[in-house]
Design a protein around this ligand. Structure first.
Ligand code: FEO
Length: 392
């Protein structure tokens, strides 16, 4: 297989995972890729590897440029196995290569996965000369594990960003200007929402360091390389991590006999008629990982469930569990709604979960026995409009 030149002497030697459809719970309809980068300098350097089953693909792309035995240095920006899984395979070819990783988490994590091979620790501000080029390191804890770091090459103005700025998007193209930008930004938003949303504070902590770098190219370890739209991707990351949602709304629900759905539609109308853009997500039709990115940009979140066996519906429970883990918490207004037959516990359970996720409860929960009447729906519409008026 061929390597792709991204600059003179620097190559993408990763792998494309066309058919993955579930990435630890994240629905990856567009597949993904694992970015590894080869720098041919006095010291031949490999930045990150790929998921273990793709080791041969990476090795064949490296061999397109140079025998893998000639690799002197491996930089491991991240321990997670989609980027380190092929480390043992590459080290079979170059057992004496020096492996640099973050301290202490990178070295500890690699040792736990692959045994202690004398990993060389680096920290923010450290740099390494590989010949004509220098590599400098910035620790980026929780983007997306504690061990994460990014590697910057000042001579080439390339940031090897690992998970940050990635997209789960398989393609034969390699650069942001070779595909549709709105589609790419949408995949970047989905990626951020599902992988990084809960780490906005940690991103803000390193933001000044990263955004002050002179960058001509961002080479992530998933998806396409940013070279023409660097400003766009930096801008959206800055906005998302600042956790200031737009004034828009999302309504998420499941329904048994359409009563909770009728309430959902009425709530949506109230938002729309108040000038607040809103989207409805029926959990029967939408995977949770396709819904949560909207939390990034939604100020209002309404979640509804009928009562099933004294509980909320499992689909709603699953969504709320996922949301709680990813929750950006502050600056958002939430409320619960639903229809019930006799016991009606689901609505209170939903409200408790929304509270536990750190959202402000904006209005009384909406509970309707069996089927909402015209009067019920009118009252819900007015109550939601009033709430919007008070919180806008
Ligand atoms: Fe793409 Fe956190 O690994």
């Amino acid at each position: 297989m061929k390597a792709t030149k991204i600059k003179d002497g620097i190559y993408w030697v990763g792998a494309v995972d066309w058919n993955i459809r579930n990435f630890h719970g994240y629905s990856t309809e567009e597949g993904t890729s694992y970015g590894a980068y080869l720098i041919v300098d006095e010291k031949v350097t490999l930045i990150d590897t790929v998921k273990a089953p793709f080791a041969e693909e990476m090795l064949s792309r490296i061999s397109d440029i140079i025998p893998p035995e000639k690799i002197d240095i491996i930089i491991s920006n991240h321990v997670e196995m989609d980027h380190s899984g092929a480390l043992p395979a590459i080290l079979e070819h170059c057992p004496n290569a020096a492996v640099y990783t973050s301290t202490p988490s990178g070295a500890k994590g690699l040792a736990a996965h692959y045994g202690d091979r004398g990993y060389l620790p680096v920290k923010t501000g450290d740099s390494l000369s590989i010949g004509k080029r220098t590599l400098t390191f910035v620790s980026t804890p929780m983007l997306h594990w504690p061990d994460n770091m990014v590697t910057y090459c000042p001579e080439e103005k390339i940031l090897f960003s690992n998970d940050a700025f990635g997209q789960h998007y398989a393609s034969t193209e390699h650069f942001d200007d070779e595909v549709d930008l709105p589609l790419l930004l949408s995949e970047a938003k989905k990626y951020y929402g599902n992988i990084l949303m809960c780490f906005g504070r940690q991103i803000q902590n390193v933001w000044n360091t990263i955004s002050s770098l002179d960058i001509e190219m961002i080479a992530p370890s998933h998806g396409l390389i940013w070279r023409s739209h660097i400003e766009d991707i930096l801008k959206v990351y800055s906005t998302w991590s600042a956790n200031n949602p737009e004034t828009s709304a999302m309504i998420v629900y499941d329904s048994m006999w359409h009563s909770t759905e009728m309430i959902a539609k009425t709530i949506c109308e109230a938002f729309a008629d108040s000038g607040v853009p809103a989207r409805i997500y029926d959990l029967k039709a939408n995977h949770i990982s396709n819904i949560v990115p909207d939390v990034l940009t939604s100020k209002y979140i309404a979640v509804g469930s009928p009562t099933l066996n004294n509980q909320m519906m499992p689909s709603v429970s699953s969504f709320l569990c996922y949301l709680k883990g990813l929750s950006p918490k502050s600056n958002r207004e939430a409320f619960a709604f639903g229809s019930y037959g006799w016991s009606g516990q689901s609505i209170e359970l939903v409200e408790k979960e929304l509270e536990a996720s750190g959202f402000h409860i904006a209005m009384d929960k909406i509970r309707i026995n069996y089927i909402p009447s015209e009067e019920h729906l009118n009252e819900i519409y007015e109550n939601v409009k009033n709430m919007i008026e008070q919180t806008k």
